[in-house]
Design a protein around this ligand. Sequence first.
Ligand code: AMP
Ligand code: ZN
Ligand code: FE
Ligand code: FE
Length: 288
Amino acid sequence: MSVPARIDLHTHSTASDGTLGPAELVRAAAHAGLDVVALTDHDTTAGWAAAVAALPPGLTLIRGAELSCRWFGVEPAVPLHLLAYLFDPTEPELVAELARVRRAREERGERIVRLLQADGIGVSWSEILAGAAGGTVGRPHIAAALIRAGLVATTTEAFGPDWLGERYRLPKDDIDVFRAVALVRAAGGVPVFAHPRASRRGRIVPDELIGQLADAGLVGLEADHEDHSPAEREHVRRLAAELGLLVTGSSDFHGTHKTVRLGAHTTGSEAYERIVALARGVTPVASG
Ligand code: AMP
Ligand code: ZN
Ligand code: FE
Ligand code: FE
């Protein structure tokens, strides 16, 4: 019997809020024994080229992104994440939308810093921007500044209710999730709903919305994710089966910004092959 392929379809590099550069990330993926890794930085494709250039033999790279979306069906709107695989990174409408969201993230980050400063907390926006080093700015970069200032001990603590999880939490101007699904499909990509039942992170959307997204072109649901309990994973699997969606599992690796390890959860070969077969934007990359 052959050994099943190890496929991790959700990771972050320094192109967003991970702590390994894209080149280091693909090397670490090979080291972790993965056969396939997807690079899915928040709202950017900026890490793709460096990951391709550094791809070790035996590892296949799926180029992707994790789009910051919002469902406007309730008030206030619910934020959610859409993984997008193998889309054309030059499709103008999608490129413009990603650039807009990255700017919105910077505006939100700066407003959060002003709230912190108004309470006498000594963090600076220029220092946080420098920490992001040109990558998509996210709350983990603000968390890192809080750690450097000795105000919290860990990223997890920084995401608690006294800090970025509630007291200093501000919404950002995300992409309407139906528009995101349409844009990804129009760019030849394959959209998969990231951690759809991660209730411990905040509000989640109802199953009815996921049904509507499936009708609109959503292809899959991420079931095995560290933010899902066993019951939540089972719920996602059942819903996917009902809706004819594929199911993925992945680490959502962020380097030292999170404790999860590469390959902590993986995707089955059948789901992976369906994603590749549906994609029309760019191809998986394997080094010779
Ligand atoms: P943002 O994209 O700026 O809203 O920040 C959310 C990012 O922070 C996501 O990529 C999460 O992976 C990460 N995150 C959310 N909650 C936590 C947490 N409790 N601990 C560590 N990272 C978190
Ligand atoms: Zn992140
Ligand atoms: Fe996410
Ligand atoms: Fe993620």
